[in-house]
Write a protein of this length. Sequence first.
Length: 279
Amino acid sequence: MRMQALALAAASGAALLAAGSLTPAAPGGSPTPAAAAAAARSTPRTTVHLAPVAHTTRLSHDGPSGTASSEGAASGEKPSSGIKEGSVSAADLLAKVSSCSQISNGKYRTDEETSATVPVCGANGAVFWKADMDVDCDGQVTTACNEDTDPWFQDDTAFHTSGDQPLNAEKLPYVVVPSSSSIWNYGSAGIKGGGVVAVIYNGKVEYAVVGDTGPAKIIGEASYATAKALGIDPDPETGGAESGVTYILFKNSQASPIESHDAAVSAGDALAKKFLQNN
């Protein structure tokens, strides 16, 4: 993960979600890409394991949860169930987030070298921000995501599949949230691993899950699959979008299992409709 590796020296590590609390892993590494990559590979991140039954019994939900049982879901594949993504238009969602009621104690940078300009905003049933998109390739080793294609690659994610495996960034649309800090605590805001996210770019809506955590002071990152689905160059080293990406995270939501994209789409579509009604 480019964004995370560049900020390892100043960032909290991946956050652990357990019994409603978050325990960040110990920081480490160097802002130099090569050194950061080596440090990241030598220091395993703390993970959260999302087994569907155990996870749903300890998490409360105020929105719909998606379910799916498609072949290939355990590996993070995007199963095809005929669910049309984006039945709620990007324009309708963007109309509801045109102004910001800031809930974060400060603002985030989009990259290590930029100034802090991005607040986390609150809405009925959701939080949102508008930022860039750095491409996260972390998780399972695949053809597109590995140490050769991504200088900052880490073979783990903060949240795991129902089969206790890292997520598959090449196949699964997921979003990276900043590690909890004095700026903002995502867990306290009702955002958790496997939570549903609507990512909007260039008139397109892609539903994703909360799948990883990043630096405590940087925001705006999503998986290879998310970028590709939105027409953004998914190359983890040279791709991404400089601006124009909106992330709407639905509070207390859950795609189950986390690795099922169909579950995220099904839940996301219902949550998006509810979001339009309540805002």
